[in-house]
Write a protein that binds this ligand. Structure first.
Ligand SMILES: Nc1nc2c(c(=O)[nH]1)N[C@H]1C(S)=C(S)[C@@H](COP(=O)(O)O)O[C@H]1N2
Ligand SMILES: [Mo]
Length: 364
């Protein structure tokens, strides 16, 4: 499964006054975010969970579907959905976030799926532990990476491919990783990877391969497009960059009051305004969440709720004594490695950007 190196073409960066294009709108209309009011749900109802599909949703018949587990193993496996369901089940509550979340607000804007802040959702994923399947197949000495291939197919910056991503062998063998066939207690819906997808808790969305068809143990580092070219933090077009992996800390607030239809500006009555939101980090444990009503000039601590799992978002609350005027509400998460930045962390492809959310509010 060693592949030729692809030309490392980077995503295009929009010109200074270049608006979001019809191509970007076409992506945005297919790949929707989670409306921020859905932050209220501990588990995101599947229709409200964000969605990202690079190519088309493949039509996979669960009755004939098989998962091939092979490569550098002593006993390759070929499993039906019933075979997987007959194995011990594990469940994980996991917050997924697209690595491109926040991209559309970057200046200059990398041209791709134009997310604002909403490319997130949390679900309870149930399936088989990947480690148990790899143990059954018998991973041989010298394994380096494990590649996961989806049933979807397309071209991306000129490279035709099945959607395929690899994980380092140590990560693939960790107990956290699941081959999920259920989302929130029901069979996976088509758009979220039916019949089986990979769940790698703590990692950005690109690692969570949907419509899984094969798992291959490799003795050489994987050089496929999605690892080598697409999901990298690159400072410039000729910078090979570093791979995107774990989710950076982020907090979001349910926008308070009610919105204006076109601008989404919030209108709130003066008085005590209870704020609620969620915060998460895939790379480390959260230490606190802070709120600013002056665009990030000053910060006050929020009350952080209990985690539903190490890789699930946590609720937070804050009581805002709001007086009439115009405000710019901001919220930031802090983990063991630091706080979300107020200034954008820019890179060529707009990946892993966790600039603080800003919500315009009129208090009347
Ligand atoms: N096979 C396949 N898996 C995939 C993708 C894809 O296009 N094809 N998109 C990835 C990306 S970039 C993200 S952010 C997540 C989105 O998962 P969701 O749509 O279930 O929220 O799926 C990942 N898994
Ligand atoms: Mo993504």
């Amino acid at each position: 499964m060693t592949e030729v190196l692809h030309p490392r073409e980077a995503a295009r960066v929009a010109g200074p006054d270049e608006a979001v294009s019809i191509d970007e709108l076409a992506l945005a209309a297919r790949n929707h975010g989670m409306p921020l009011e859905a932050l209220r749900f501990d588990l995101t109802p599947p229709g409200l969970h964000y969605l990202l599909v690079h190519y088309d949703i493949p039509f996979v018949d669960p009755a004939t579907w098989r998962l091939e587990v092979g490569g550098h193993v002593s006993a390759p496996l070929s499993l039906s959905l019933d075979d997987l369901r007959a194995r011990p089940a594990v469940s994980r509550t996991v917050t997924l976030e697209c690595a491109g979340n926040g991209r559309a607000r970057l200046l200059p804007r990398p041209v791709s799926q134009p997310w604002l802040d909403e490319a997130v959702g949390t679900a309870r994923w149930t399936g088989c532990a990947l480690s148990s399947l790899l143990a059954a197949a018998g991973v041989r000495d010298g394994a380096v990476d494990v590649a996961f291939t989806g049933a979807d197919h397309g071209t991306e910056r000129g490279v035709e491919q099945d959607y395929r991503r690899a994980l380092p062998i140590a990560e693939a063998l960790s107990d956290d990783v699941v081959l999920a066939y259920e989302m929130n207690g029901a069979p996976l819906p088509p758009q979220h990877g039916a019949p089986v997808r990979l769940i790698v808790p703590g990692w950005y969305g690109m690692a969570q391969v949907k419509w899984l068809s094969s798992v291959d143990v490799l003795t050489e580092p994987f050089t496929g497009y999605q690892n080598e070219v697409a999901y990298r933090l690159r400072a410039s077009a000729d910078d090979p960059g570093v791979p995107v992996s774990h989710i950076q800390p982020r907090a979001l607030v349910v926008p308070p009051g009610f919105p204006d239809f076109m601008t989404r500006r919030r209108i709130v009555d003066a008085g005590t305004v209870p704020l609620f939101g969620r915060a998460w980090s895939g790379r480390a444990a959260l230490t606190r969440v802070e709120v600013s009503v002056d665009g990030g000039a000053s910060w006050a601590p929020a009350v952080l709720g209990e985690p539903a799992g190490r890789f699930a978002w946590r609720g937070w609350t804050f009581s805002w004594a709001a007086t009439p005027g115009e405000y710019r509400l901001c919220v930031r998460a802090v983990d063991e490695f630091g706080a979300q930045p107020v200034e954008q962390p820019w890179n060529m492809q707009g990946m892993a950007n966790n600039t603080v959310q800003r919500v315009a509010v009129t208090v009347r």
